[in-house]
Design a protein around this ligand. Sequence first.
Ligand SMILES: Cc1cc2nc3c(=O)[nH]c(=O)nc-3n(C[C@H](O)[C@H](O)[C@H](O)COP(=O)(O)OP(=O)(O)OC[C@H]3O[C@@H](n4cnc5c(N)ncnc54)[C@H](O)[C@@H]3O)c2cc1C
Length: 403
Amino acid sequence: MQVVVIGAGLTGCLTALGFADRGHQVTILEQAATLLSRASAANEGKVHLGYVFGADPYFHTAERLIDDAILFRPILEHWISAAEFAAVVCDPFVYVVPADSGLPLDVIRCHFARVDARLNARMDELGLRYLGQPGPFHSRPLPDGGSAGATCFLTPERAVWPQGISAIVARAVTLHPRIEVRYLAEVARVVDRGEKWHVGFATADAKDEGPFDIVINCAWADRRNIDRRSGYPSAGPWFTRYKFGVVLRSASHHLADAIPPNITATSGPFGDCVYYPMNDSLYASWYPVGMCFSTMADTLRRPSFSPSEMQSLMRETWQGCASFAPVLGRLATMDSPLPAELLGDFIIAKGRSDIDDPASGLHQRSDHGPARLARGYWSIETGKYVSAPRCAMDCVRECLEEF
Ligand SMILES: Cc1cc2nc3c(=O)[nH]c(=O)nc-3n(C[C@H](O)[C@H](O)[C@H](O)COP(=O)(O)OP(=O)(O)OC[C@H]3O[C@@H](n4cnc5c(N)ncnc54)[C@H](O)[C@@H]3O)c2cc1C
């Protein structure tokens, strides 16, 4: 069959590979000039197990993410060798829970124990190991604690280096004999012409392309707009945030021997830091600075910052992160130009308010995945980076079951 995939993020690339490996001819239409240049490259690569979703009263988010996370490596290893995969896995995260945590410490402790138990049970049931790590896993408080009465837990949760994964997945896509990629192709809508689908582009002079038997919309930030213009509006409400982090290059040079452990600060102002030893860079994000706007609108415009604004935002991010990783405060005093860059993109989820609202829908993130809009037209809500491989494979399987 002729399959068209809209969007070449991790979800789109894996979906294309899934169809092509089953013998179908795939065209990827990507608005950018390269593969995997947007959210799948701009995220910190945390392979979530749900520790951060303690405010979901139903535990559905952790249940869903645990399965997504366990399947992450085995799915990717269809195209990434075990050695290549092992080389992109980072050290485990320490969770720092401040003394004035938004969730009581006892609730967090119980949630962590429940995540551990669920993870160990699901690994046994599926016969798979989270990121290839042996387990069983038990989060445990660290005796030396954090600053100002914070409690620290060492968890099994880890990040991968997204740029490393992107490079290997991009190689698999470009070398695949049944995948053709069309760059700078911004899709506006999908058109039903009887049994076949055609694709219309945003540029006025571009002709529709088709016919295709199957269309898979993996456009993430523009996904709902394409579906809506094609006659399939999605049920909301959708809450979109733009978040960036700061990537410090040559981290071991700038921080000497003081590179912090990988940290997630949670249930107060959120923040993360992740060290990628494979390219000696350190990612840091501080929500009060990096979560720079939110909207319930469908049309999204990326923020642009002047060079001096970027330098200020980097310093403010590191200053904020100093509350859970004091050494990062040192970076804020370095001379300009800073040896770092801002990396950001949209985060889209169902909800009406931000995460500081305990009742926000953003605390419940379990209903992502592929949706069948019509025979041969599917739209994938990735949810999270960790979920991309499973969403892609679920879509390929469910879609082909119909043909
Ligand atoms: C700063 C940040 C940190 C994050 N951290 C994590 C994390 O640690 N762990 C985690 O699990 N998740 C994280 N996420 C979420 C995660 O990045 C996304 O859920 C995931 O990468 C989405 O993948 P995707 O393939 O669906 O989208 P993308 O990677 O954005 O791919 C979509 C592609 O579609 C293309 N496209 C869009 N519109 C069109 C169009 N009209 N025509 C043609 N092509 C189009 C885009 O150019 C893009 O290449 C983070 C997100 C951000 C922004």
